[in-house]
Design a protein around this ligand. Sequence first.
Ligand code: HEC
Ligand SMILES: [Cu+2]
Length: 381
Amino acid sequence: MAEETMSEEVADGQSGNRPERGRIHVFPLMVIGLVATALGIALGLLIDWFPVQASTQAEDVDTVYHVLIITSVPFFVLVTTIVLYCVWQFRERPGEEGTDGPNVHGNTGLEIVWTTIPALLLIALCTYAYITLRDIEEAPAAADGPELVVDVTGQQFAWTFGYPKVEGGEVKAAQLVLPVGRSVKFDVRSLDVIHDFWVPEFRMKIDAVPGITTSYRVTPNRPGEYSIVCAELCGVGHALMRQKVTVVTQARFDAWLKRKQAGGMAAGGGAAAGEGGGDEAGAGDQAAIGKTLFNEGNGEATACAACHVLSDAGATGAAGPNLDDVLDGWTTEQITEAIVDPNKDIAEGYTEGIMPANYGDTLTEPELEALTAYLEETAAK
Ligand code: HEC
Ligand SMILES: [Cu+2]
């Protein structure tokens, strides 16, 4: 039985070859290919695919893209044209059902050519991209002034930032503010899962990986406000893990940092007083501590300002409800519960599991009291 079937197939294959298709249409194919290549490259270069360039690195990165488009479109068109042409030219015509095309054996010359060219091209493009990346990430020359190092910490679902203090230590903030024209190195960390720190206008991005510190450099060169986007799916709040970076003049940056630093120090003093004086710590001190916690977190607890609007704190986060609007008339207990057990009662229009559920652990009892007191006081204003 089996033998019979096999010999039938062989016989069919031998007797049923299709007729030759005649000349290959080289000239029209070349014209089509050239037109498609020109169109493809034009689409790649003329359309403004990217957001504005806001760092000195951006231009080089865009150039890499343009070079890749110019080199890859012709090959894409070549391969696609040949495939489509073959589908059309060697299709099965009426009366040819079950027949086969003529037997063709490999062509060693062709195979060498189509392996060598892409391999060389790939090596050249990788080398070029590598050199570009290495150059744009080079440390700035000493003559260009000291580099600003900003610690970036990702945590579901917000970023917090740490700036070096003049006298050592760190100023924490829920906003990223950068001086224009100065090289910035981001040291990126994660406290939980993998995130990815990306400002599309800067064109650079890197994963925030738990347990290690990754980094990249940019020199912002265009004042303005840009989005910080988490580019690694990191949980239910991933799409909301968006904040703003503000690029300002060096003078405005210095003033901002000084203000932040002064705020932090006042709160630090307040905390010391609170510990010493027990319950007698003034309401003003408590509020100052609360405000600092709201804006900066405490290293473990994510800053509330990353996700909430609160004008008194200058907070502009957008992932959660606007606390200017909602807190009016809330009792201490209600505010405390909203912070410690956010998933118990979900604000309308928002999703469960985005506000961190661990503030009961990451905030100490006095910190929680100070934060609640601050929010109550602010809401009453
Ligand atoms: C990662 C983003 C994020 C962070 C950080 C965050 N929240 Fe929220 N918050 C939310 C979201 C989203 C909601 C709405 C869902 C819910 O009710 O749990 C919310 C709800 C609330 C509510 C209830 C609002 C209402 O209308 O019911 C309060 C109060 C609140 N947050 C305060 C805080 C405070 C205080 C902090 C800092 C200790 C904080 N949040 C940190 C995202 C966040
Ligand atoms: Cu993330």
